[in-house]
Design a protein around this ligand. Structure first.
Ligand SMILES: Cc1ncc(COP(=O)(O)O)c(C=O)c1O
Length: 470
């Protein structure tokens, strides 16, 4: 039977009327598309949707949901605005003879993996931010991508085949699931870490996870982590990094170190890049790859600039070819080339931004302390890893999700529950504070207080944590 055609709609589109045809078949889409078309189940993504329809604004929606689930920094947008207003035209007209926008330079095809001038300034910037000015990054090992997520996906494709696995110390950044699993279809194996170890992974836990994976017939190809950690906000010391490298060497697997928060420090600890451990002449370099980007440290996730940095020539060559799917538009490259070349602006920006992060963090944790809530002392990142376990009705996943729901619907704050980050200890929540004004931090604490005050102490009246909730 031929499907009957309905008349065209107002836009002239013609549509069939499926309910009149008994044999009208749904045309199947790929398994990737089918999975993506389903509603998101993770509270991480559900939170975004809830905020999207009811986001707090101090004037237009004061009862709306405060967004603490998104790792974004808006604290220094004023500095960016000032620079862009002064320099945008000049950056886009670089090299033009008439002083107008240099269309001849900006419009044509270019190498998809980025222009060499930008790779050079990016390598210098990485030497400062990741290497503390003492480690050199080579522009020839830089591949530019439109954001750090594509950089992670590219590396995943370069070191693993579909079905292969990565060990990932957990809790980990929920976005890794999308970056690594959607198109590359690799498996991520969370390796549990404990609050008693300050959520730093141990080699023992890695060995157990590796052996278990092997027993299940899985092909472990790499170790993936964010350093500084998202969601915990702590950093690996040199000894831990050396141990991780030794582990990777022993198992003959790769390391992908996502260092996107290296310049968003607010603590006193020094950041140590994996580059420092392989520098200068280690034969282990070939298995080490770094992901970096400007989304966090320069507060410009909308600009989409990420980096694959590798010592492995095959990985570099393949990554460059894969950037045809995720290249950075030339006008953006040109603006960032000018911005990163402005040494004084960058130095002042990084310093001020770190000071602002530090101030926002300290107001936030001061508020938590007043409420008697514990947290991990963070060093970097845009968030605080908070222990709200004592506000839960049961110390399990159900209790955690119930509390998440209460925070969203009663306190009207959106946070990321630890379960969404594969944390094995229930009760931890990631709270991003870098989009909040000082007033909004205070309001957030007030709102959490509503939940704290609603929790009845359950013990005899001693001075334990439960009573401090009163
Ligand atoms: C560890 C980590 N890597 C990558 C990204 C994504 O960065 P981009 O926006 O540059 O793709 C994020 C964003 O939250 C992140 O936390």
């Amino acid at each position: 039977m031929v499907p009957s055609l309905s008349s065209s709609d107002n836009n002239g589109h013609v549509s069939s009327t499926p309910d009149t045809c008994s044999d009208n078949k749904v045309v199947p889409v790929s398994s990737i598309a089918a999975a993506l078309a389903k509603p998101d189940e993770s509270p991480y993504y559900i939170g975004f949707e809830k905020v999207r329809v009811d986001e707090y604004h101090n004037v237009s929606n004061p009862e709306g949901i405060i967004q603490l689930g998104l790792s974004e920094n808006t604290l220094s947008l004023d500095l960016l605005k000032e620079w862009l207003n002064k320099n945008l035209n000049e950056s886009l007209s670089q090299g033009s003879s008439d002083g107008l926008i240099n269309v001849d330079k900006l419009a044509p095809y270019q190498q998809f993996d980025g222009i060499m001038e930008l790779k050079k300034v990016m390598a210098r910037f990485m030497s400062e931010v990741l290497g503390g000015g003492t480690i050199e990054f080579d522009p020839l090992q830089v591949v530019l991508t439109c954001g750090a997520n594509p950089a992670n996906e590219i590396l995943c494709n370069c070191v693993a085949d579909p079905g292969d696995a990565f060990l990932v110390p957990a809790p980990y950044y929920p976005g890794f699931n999308r970056d690594m699993k959607i198109r590359s279809t690799v498996e991520l194996i969370p390796v549990p870490t404990l609050s008693s170890d300050n959520f730093i992974v141990t080699i023992e836990a890695l060995n157990i996870a590796y052996d278990q994976a092997k027993k299940q017939g899985k092909n472990v190809k790499g170790l993936l982590f964010a350093n500084p950690s998202n969601p915990v906000g702590n950093m690996f010391n040199k000894e831990t990094l050396q141990n991780l490298l030794n582990f990777a060497k022993e198992k003959n697997i790769h390391i992908i170190s996502d260092e996107i928060y290296a310049g968003s420090r607010y603590g006193d600890d020094k950041f140590i890049s994996i580059a420092e451990v392989v520098y200068p002449e280690s034969i282990e370099k070939d298995r080490v790859h770094i992901v970096y980007g400007l989304s966090k440290d320069l507060c410009i996730p909308g600009f989409r600039l990420g980096v694959v940095y590798s010592w492995n020539q095959d990985v570099l060559t393949a990554s460059k070819k894969l950037t045809r799917f995720c290249s950075v538009p030339l006008p953006i490259q040109q603006i960032l080339l000018s911005m990163l070349s402005d040494g004084k602006f960058i130095q002042d920006f990084m310093k001020t931004n770190q000071e602002r992060l530090r101030k926002r963090y300290s107001i936030f944790v001061e508020g938590l302390e007043k409420l008697g809530l514990g947290y991990v002392k963070g060093s970097a990142g845009l968030y605080c890893w908070v222990n709200m376990g004592r506000l839960m009705s049961s110390q399990d996943e159900k209790g955690e999700l119930e509390l998440w729901d209460k925070l969203m619907n009663i306190a009207k704050i959106s946070v990321t529950p630890g379960g969404a980050c594969h944390c094995t200890e229930p009760g931890w929540f990631r709270c991003c504070f870098a989009r909040l004004s000082v007033e909004d931090v205070c309001l957030t604490i007030e709102r959490i207080k509503r939940i704290v005050e609603s929790v009845k102490p359950k013990c005899c009246g001693c001075q334990c944590d439960r009573n401090r909730a009163k």
